[in-house]
Design a protein around this ligand. Structure first.
Ligand SMILES: O=C(O)CCC(=O)C(=O)O
Ligand SMILES: [Fe+2]
Length: 191
């Protein structure tokens, strides 16, 4: 049940195939989908407003600003507290916030970005937990443009650390394949 390192230059990446939890993956997915007050947010990119191609929710203690959007946090629910404890146990790190992303189908996506906001610190530690449909996580090196792909399967935990955010971007492309709903939770420490 140890995190397995994924060899990558200029950053740290590791993965656990299944986060240990006393509740099954399908139940966790169903509860999170039902309990979360999902938002369809607009973001401002180069002065233009766009509807995000996914639904989101932000939980934790601190508000968070990205792409011209300030997210005011909701208090963690008992299930999110349970997931946070399991993720802290598996990774040996602490988190005070979690961003939920709901990809309704293959048309939902996340553009290439780095999670490098100053409030995440110089070497952000981000633990990314996935439930539901498998989607491909793409990393692209900012210098060489080399890409690395990681399939994020149901119940998996991916840990990004060290200089990964400084040197790589990551995202989730749309897919023409028929895929069901996917939920991703990124646990962060915001100060
Ligand atoms: O859905 C994913 O796996 C990626 C989420 C992500 O990159 C983020 O929330 O910053
Ligand atoms: Fe990210």
């Amino acid at each position: 049940m140890d995190l397995l390192p994924i060899p990558i230059e200029d950053g740290e990446l590791s993965m656990l195939a299944q986060l240990p939890m006393p509740i099954g993956n399908a139940d966790i997915l169903a509860r999170l989908l039902a309990e979360t007050p999902w938002r369809a947010d607009t973001v401002v990119v180069y002065g233009k407003r766009y509807l995000q191609p996914r639904l989101t929710a932000w939980y934790g203690e601190a508000s968070y600003t990205y792409s011209g959007l300030t997210l005011h946090p909701l208090p963690l629910t008992p299930l999110l507290e349970q997931l946070r404890a399991a993720v802290e146990q598996a990774t040996g790190r602490r988190y005070n916030s979690v961003l939920l992303n709901y990809y309704r189908d293959g048309a939902d996506s996340m553009g290439m970005h780095s999670d490098d906001e100053p409030e995440l610190g110089p070497q952000p530690v981000i633990a990314s937990l996935s439930y539901g449909a498998t989607r491909t996580f793409i990393l692209r090196h900012k210098g060489t443009r080399r890409t690395v792909k990681v399939d994020l399967t149901d119940g998996s935990l991916l840990l990004m650390a060290g200089s990964l955010q400084a040197n790589w971007q990551h995202g989730i492309n749309k897919t023409a394949k028929l895929v069901g709903p996917r939920l991703n939770l990124t646990f962060r420490y915001v100060s």
